[in-house]
Design a protein around this ligand. Structure first.
Ligand code: F3S
Length: 776
C-alpha cells in the first residue's frame, strides 16, 4: 500500500463550518459594540457556546478576566494522555464522540537502533495500551493513527488543521497546528473529554500579544531562530494566559511549516497558543497536502473578513521584530529562554568553562521535520559529502510523519543523510520525549544539540548532566560535522584530511516538494470520521497493571448519607502546607506508566506534599486507627484506610492549590479514595474546575486565618448546600467544624459553583451527570 504521489483527502469532516462561524461572529460583534477584533478574538468568539449567555445583558468581556464557554471543533490525543481521557469518556456512556477526534501513537515508541526494530520492540512492550486505544477508537468512531504513522502535531498539521478552527489536543505542543492560522490549545484529558462529550469548554479570555514581523529571514536564519530569539525576550513565563498573534509583512514570506515551528514553541514561553493570519503559503500547503476544498473554503471565509485581524484591533502588548536582523540563535542549556546568538555562542561556551565538544546532534521531531527543514539539512549534507566529510558525532533524525519519511526517501534526502552518517529513527517522538536508549555518556557531563523544543534536565536521555542546546535543524546539522560547540558555520571552516579547508554555503531548502508529498504506507491513514462500531469490545486485561476501567464515582447524596442534600460528615485527612502543585498531588516520572490505571497511580497521592501539622513530607495521622495499625502512615496510606472504612473525607489546603497543569489525575485520585471537599485559602482555577468535574466540592476560606483552625481528624459538615441545590442564590457555605475534643464552631467559606457544576456535584461527577441525561 505504498504510494509515491500526493493523496487527495476527503475534506467533509475537516472543513470548518465557516458560514456558521461568521454568523456567530456577527452576533458577538453586535454584543461587543462592533469594536475591531484581533484574529485570535475572532476565532475564539466565533466558537462561543452561547454568545448571548456569555455576553448578553450588557455583560463585559475583559481579556484576562472573563471566562468563556467554548465549543471546540476537534480533539487530538497522544497515546500517553489519551488513556485516562478515553477511560473517562467511556464512563460517560455516550455511543460516539461529539466532535471529530483522533488518537496518535507516538510517545510510547523508544529510539534505540533504528526505525524498524525500534518500532517492533515498542509495539510489543506497549501492546496492551495500543490494543486498548485501538479497540476504544473503533467502538467510538475515533480516527486511530497506529504506531509508526507519525507524531501527533505533524499529522494534525498535515491532515486536520484548517484556518480559523478551534481545536484541543492533550499535549502541550498542540499549538503547532497554529501554523495554518487556527487556535490549537494544549489541555489535560478532562478538558478533551468536555469537547468529546459536547460539554462547553471553559477558558479565561486570554490577553493577546501582537507580534509585528517586518523584514525577511535570510542566510542561516530560520523560523526556529525567530522563536528562539523571542523565547529569550519573553522568558518561560512571558506568554502565560496570553495568545501570541503574529501579524505584518514578515508573516507572509514564511512557509506554513515554518510558522508551525514558531507556533509549536510558543508553548516554551507558556503561551495559551499562537496564531497567524491566513497566507498564500498556507493555501499552498493545504493544496500540497491534498486539501484543496479546505483552501477554497478558507479563501471565501477570508474574503468575508475572517482569518485576519480587523484594522485597528487592540493588542495587550505589541512586540516588534525585524526578521532581516535576526541571526541564528542557540538556546540552553536546561531552559529554552537562555538565548545566545550563534556568533557569541563559542565565547559563551568558553566563559562557562564547558568542554568545547558536541556529543550528539538530533534533528526532526514535531517541531522541525518539515520538507523545508529536511531539504535544507540535506543541502548541507550534500555540500559536506562532496568535500568527503562525515558527521563527527551520532546524528539522529526523527521524521515527523510517514508522509515526511516517504517524501524524504523518494527525493533522496534520506540517502544523502545516511551517506554522511545519519541514523533515521521511527516516525515518533523518540529522543524528544526521553524515549532514547542512549548507551554513551551515562552520568557524564556532555553537550547535545537538538532541533527539538524542550531542554530541561534529563528530558532527552535521562542524564541530568546532559546539556541540551536548542537550535535550527541546519545549525545542528552543520555543527555535527565539526563536533565542536564553538564552530560557527557562518564564518568558520572545517579542516579537510587532504589539507584544505571546507566552508558551508548558506543552506537552501524547498518549502514544498515539486512532485507533491508521497503519502508512503497508506495503511497508516485511518478513514476520516469512521462510524462507531458499538459492539466492539474494549480490550483491557483483567490483570493489567497499566489499564483499568474507571468505575463511576458514587454520588455523595445517595443512600448512606443521613444528611440529605448536605455532604456526609467528612473527616479531615490533613492540612497541606504551602505550595501544592498538580505535581505534588500526582507525581509524574515513573508514575506515568500508570496513567491508565487509577488504582495504581493513586499510590502517589500527595507524596511530596508537606503536612502542616508536623512539617513533614508524605506523613499523615490517622486518629481513628485500629490497634493493628500505627497512627502514622503515608498520605496515600491513610487515604486508603479511609476508603476501606467508607469514611468520606476532606482536605484543608493553602494558597493556589493545584497550580501547574491541567493534569486530571490530581482531581481523580483524591476522589477515588473518597475525598468529597477541599477547603483552600485559594485554588488554581483549572484545578478547581477539574475537582468540580470529578464531584469534589472546592470551598474557599472567607477568612484565610481560619486555615489553621481545622486539623487532621476534625469533622467538617456543610450547612448550606441544600439551599444551593434548591436554587437559592448564595455565595457562602457555612461549615461546622467539630474538633477531636468535641468543641464545635462555624467557619464561613465561599463557593464558585455554577448551576451546571452543582448538577455535577449532585450526580457524583460531570460524567455521571452526562450519563444520567442520556438515560432520561
Ligand atoms: Fe512532544 Fe516532542 Fe513528541 S515535543 S509531541 S514529544 S516530538
Amino acid at each position: 500500500a505504498t504510494h509515491t504521489t500526493v493523496m487527495e483527502k476527503d475534506c467533509s469532516s475537516i472543513t470548518p463550518p465557516y458560514s456558521l462561524l461568521l454568523e456567530k461572529l456577527d452576533r458577538v460583534r453586535e454584543l461587543l459594540g462592533n469594536r475591531p477584533l484581533t484574529l485570535a478574538e475572532k476565532i475564539l468568539y466565533s466558537h462561543l457556546h452561547d454568545p448571548e449567555r456569555s455576553l448578553g445583558d450588557g455583560k463585559k468581556l475583559v481579556r484576562g478576566e472573563t471566562y468563556l464557554q467554548l465549543s471546540p471543533e476537534r480533539v487530538a490525543m497522544q497515546d500517553a494522555s489519551a488513556q485516562m481521557a478515553l477511560l473517562q469518556f467511556m464512563s460517560a456512556g455516550l455511543p460516539r464522540c461529539a466532535v471529530p477526534t483522533s488518537i496518535h501513537c507516538d510517545h510510547l515508541i523508544q529510539a534505540n537502533v533504528g526505525a524498524e526494530p525500534d518500532l517492533r520492540h515498542s509495539i510489543e512492550s506497549n501492546k496492551e495500551v495500543f490494543d486498548f486505544l485501538e479497540s476504544a477508537s473503533r467502538k467510538y468512531g475515533i480516527e486511530f493513527w497506529r504506531p509508526g504513522s507519525g507524531i501527533i502535531h505533524q499529522i494534525v498539521l498535515e491532515n486536520y488543521a484548517a484556518p480559523g478552527l478551534l481545536m484541543l489536543g492533550t499535549d502541550s505542543h498542540t499549538p503547532n497546528a497554529g501554523g495554518l492560522g487556527l487556535l490549537a490549545i494544549g489541555v489535560g484529558g478532562a478538558d478533551a473529554v468536555d469537547a468529546m462529550t459536547g460539554t462547553p469548554w471553559e477558558l479565561k479570555a486570554p490577553q493577546i500579544v501582537g507580534i509585528h514581523l517586518t523584514g525577511q529571514l535570510n542566510g542561516w536564519a530560520t523560523p526556529k531562530d525567530l522563536i528562539l530569539h523571542l523565547a529569550g525576550k519573553l522568558t518561560v513565563k512571558g506568554g502565560t494566559g496570553r495568545i501570541l498573534e503574529y501579524f505584518g509583512p514578515g508573516v507572509f514570506n514564511q512557509s506554513c511549516t515554518g510558522l508551525a515551528t514558531v507556533s509549536n514553541m510558543g508553548a516554551e514561553v507558556g503561551a495559551t497558543t499562537s496564531t497567524f493570519p491566513y497566507t498564500p503559503n498556507m493555501r499552498a500547503y493545504l493544496h500540497a497536502t491534498g486539501r484543496a476544498p479546505v483552501a477554497h473554503a478558507a479563501d471565501e471565509a477570508a474574503a468575508k473578513g475572517f482569518l485576519r485581524a480587523d484594522e485597528g484591533a487592540e493588542y495587550d502588548e505589541v512586540i516588534e521584530i525585524n526578521l532581516s536582523e535576526l541571526e541564528p540563535t542557540v538556546n540552553g542549556p536546561f531552559t529554552p529562554d537562555l538565548a545566545t546568538p550563534l556568533s557569541r555562542f563559542g565565547s559563551f561556551v568558553k566563559e562557562q568553562g564547558w568542554k568545547d565538544e558536541l556529543s550528539a546532534a538530533l534533528i526532526g521531531s514535531c517541531t522541525n521535520s518539515s520538507y523545508e527543514d529536511m531539504t535544507s539539512v540535506a543541502d548541507l549534507a550534500r555540500q559536506a559529502k562532496s568535500a568527503g566529510l562525515k558527521t563527527k558525532v551520532p546524528f539522529l533524525c526523527t521524521p515527523g510523519s510517514e508522509q515526511i519519511r516517504a517524501t524524504m526517501e523518494r527525493d533522496q534526502v534520506t540517502d544523502v543523510l545516511q551517506d554522511v552518517g545519519a541514523t533515521v529513527l521511527a516516525n515518533a517522538c523518540g529522543p524528544c520525549i526521553g524515549q532514547w536508549k542512549r548507551e554513551d555518556k551515562k552520568g557524564e557531563e556532555n553537550a547535545i544539540l537538538t532541533s527539538f523544543n524542550r531542554n530541561f534536565k534529563s528530558r532527552n536521555d535521562g542524564n541530568r548532566l546532559t546539556m541540551n542546546f536548542l537550535a535550527s535543524p541546519t545549525v545542528v546539522t552543520a555543527m555535527s560535522f565539526s563536533g565542536k560547540l564553538s564552530f560557527n558555520p557562518m564564518t568558520d571552516s572545517i579542516p579537510l584530511p587532504s589539507g584544505g579547508e571546507f566552508r558551508f554555503s548558506p543552506p537552501s531548502g524547498q518549502d514544498l516538494p515539486s512532485a507533491g508529498f508521497a503519502p508512503g504506507d497508506t495503511s497508516f491513514y485511518p478513514k476520516p470520521m469512521p462510524e462507531p462500531v458499538p459492539e466492539t469490545e474494549v480490550i483491557i486485561r483483567p490483570d493489567s497493571q497499566r489499564l483499568e476501567y474507571l468505575q463511576p464515582f458514587p454520588s455523595h447524596f445517595g443512600e448512606g448519607n443521613p444528611r440529605g442534600l448536605e455532604l456526609p460528615s467528612l473527616k479531615v485527612l490533613m492540612r497541606v502546607r504551602g505550595k501544592c502543585t498538580t505535581d505534588h498531588i500526582s507525581a509524574a516520572g515513573p508514575w506515568l506508566k500508570y496513567k491508565g490505571h487509577l488504582t495504581n497511580i493513586s499510590e502517589n497521592l500527595l507524596i511530596t506534599a508537606v503536612n502542616d501539622e508536623g512539617g513533614e513530607v508524605n506523613i499523615a495521622f490517622d486518629h481513628d486507627h485500629d490497634p493493628s495499625q500505627s497512627e502514622i502512615d503515608t498520605i496515600p496510606g491513610v487515604a486508603k484506610r479511609f476508603k476501606a472504612r467508607k469514611q468520606p473525607w476532606a482536605l484543608v489546603v493553602d494558597e493556589n492549590y493545584g497550580e501547574g497543569s491541567a493534569r486530571e489525575h490530581a482531581a481523580l485520585q483524591p476522589r477515588f479514595y473518597g475525598c468529597a471537599a477541599i477547603i483552600a485559602r485559594s485554588f488554581a482555577r483549572i484545578h478547581e474546575t477539574n475537582l468540580k468535574k470529578q464531584g469534589v466540592l472546592p470551598l474557599w476560606f472567607v477568612n484565610k486565618a481560619d486555615y489553621s483552625k481545622i486539623g487532621a481528624g476534625d469533622v467538617v459538615e456543610t450547612l448550606d448546600l441544600a439551599d444551593l441545590f434548591q436554587g437559592v442564590q448564595r455565595e457562602t457555605v457555612t461549615i461546622k467544624v467539630t474538633k477531636r475534643n468535641g468543641e464545635t464552631y462555624m467557619i464561613p467559606t465561599r463557593h464558585t459553583m455554577s448551576a451546571d457544576q452543582l448538577r455535577w456535584l449532585r450526580a457524583g461527577s460531570a460524567l455521571n451527570y452526562i450519563r444520567s441525561q442520556i438515560k432520561s
